[in-house]
Structure formats: C-alpha cells, structure tokens
Design a protein around this ligand. Structure first.
Ligand code: BTN
Length: 250
C-alpha cells in the first residue's frame, strides 16, 4: 500500500521543522498517546492510518475507517506568556488553509476547533496539555465515502471526497498541513492571535449565525482577538465565551 502516513512516504512532503522526528504506527489507540509525556522536541509528530481509540473533544470519540484520514499529533512547547486555549484556533487555521490549498474551495473555522467545508465538519482539533508541552491532535476526513462517515456526530460530518467528488493524497495533505501549522504557530508565538487575526476573522463560520449555547438561543457576533466567542442572547445580553460547544441553525 503506498497511500500510508509512514515516515518514508511523508518525508518528501516535509518542508520545515515540523514533522521531525516522525513516529508512526500502522494502527494505534490514539496518536495523542504516542506523544503525551514522550519528552520529544517541538515539531515531533505521530501519525497512524487507523486509531482504535481516537479521542475527540469533550470526552467524545473520533472515528474513521482505516487509511481514509489525516490523523496526526504534533508536539508543541509554547512560551509561557501565550494563552494556551488559543492553540486550537491556530491549528484550525492551518488545517483550513491546507484544505483550501488542496480543494480550491473556501473553508471556515467553527469556533473553537472545527473546520467546515460547505457547512460540513471535515476536521477537528484536540489540544492536550502535559508538563508545559501541548500535544495538538488534528483529524481531517479525507477519502471517506458518505457511508463511511459517522452518523451520530453533533455537527454533520463530511470528507473532502464527499464534498468535492475527488480523492486526495493524504501524505501530501499532511506535509502541507505541517508547513502551514509551523507558519501559523510561529506567528502566534511572536504576536499572539493578533498576528493571525485577519486570516482567522475572514474564516469565522459562526459570525452572524443563530446559535444555541447551553440550550439558550443567541446570535454569534464574532471570534474576538483574544480567541473568545462573542455572542448576544435573545434577551440582548452580550457576553464572551472562553470554551464550550455551540450548535448552529442550518
Ligand atoms: C474533535 O473535533 O472532537 C477533535 C478531534 C481530534 C481528532 C484527532 S485525530 C489525531 C489525534 N488523535 C486523537 O486521538 N485525536 C486527535
């Protein structure tokens, strides 16, 4: 099988610091577990072609069919002064850009960690902290058919294939993702979210949408420069959310 995320196949697509060293298991529980507590340097990555215990946000599972997806965890060692919850937005921006470059379509970021293409969730980000380092896990649905996508996901899922009709080289997409993640991360290290705000703001999926937050109806106003989501409830109260889950009306 040539379509694998193994180091030999991915190496020709690595253009920067991120991607070295590269741990790979054809199948594993979760790529997050390969890196958490590993002591590996910043930029180290772990990939697999299938996870049996893929981890999603809020204790959910992240499921995929074998050899269909980009499944990667990246070791980051951010400076102390940075606000770590912002990293999910930084990684979501990189994933959005990589998906746009591959498909030629506009993708959006649904705060705080989803990547949307044609109103379907095609990628998710999970950031986990351990001993001052952050392992950022990124899952992109690439070549799944409609039947292979989860049926019980809170946000309707799609894959690049179901949304464009084409299949994609996962190793090339991974290389592009890591290169863009490095660029976004370096910008964030230097100047925080302010450095990326133009690109983030332009891809804000929830802006102006009717949403539900903890069962309460509201309108999402915007992702703020500090990474919070500003909302206005139907009672006219404006507030900003640090984390949580927002459902949107189709
Ligand atoms: C979410 O949307 O809930 C986040 C999904 C994150 C999935 C990725 S796949 C690679 C890495 N390994 C995991 O177990 N989870 C992340």
């Amino acid at each position: 099988m040539t379509d694998q995320l193994s180091p030999e196949i991915v190496a020709p697509h690595i253009r920067g610091r991120f991607g070295k060293p590269h741990l790979f298991e054809p199948e594993c529980d979760s790529t997050q577990l390969l890196l958490l507590g590993s002591g590996l340097p910043e930029g180290a990555v772990a990939t697999t072609d299938h996870q049996t215990g893929g981890r999603g946000r809020l204790g959910r599972r992240w499921e995929e069919t074998p050899a269909s997806s980009v499944l990667v965890s990246v070791m980051l060692r951010p400076p102390r002064e940075r606000h770590l919850p912002e990293l999910s937005l930084v990684a979501a921006l990189a994933a959005t850009e990589a998906i746009e470059a591959a498909t030629g379509l506009s993708a959006q970021i649904k705060w705080p960690n989803d990547v949307m293409l044609n109103r379907r969730k095609v990628a998710g980000i999970l950031s986990e902290l351990s001993d001052g380092s952050v392992v950022v896990g990124i899952g992109i649905n690439v070549n799944q058919t409609r039947e292979e996508l989860p049926t019980d996901a809170p946000t309707e899922p799609g894959s690049l294939r179901t949304l464009t009709g084409s299949t994609y080289d996962r190793a090339a997409l991974l290389g592009s993702l890591l290169f863009r993640l490095e660029r976004c991360y370096d910008g964030w290290r230097r100047g925080g979210l302010d450095d990326l705000y133009g690109e983030l703001g332009a891809r804000d999926f929830l802006r102006g949408r009717r949403v539900t937050v903890d069962g309460e109806a509201a309108t999402a106003l915007q992702v703020l420069r500090d990474g919070r989501l500003e909302i206005e409830t139907d009672a006219g109260m404006i507030s900003s959310l640090e984390s949580g889950e927002v459902r949107f009306e189709r």
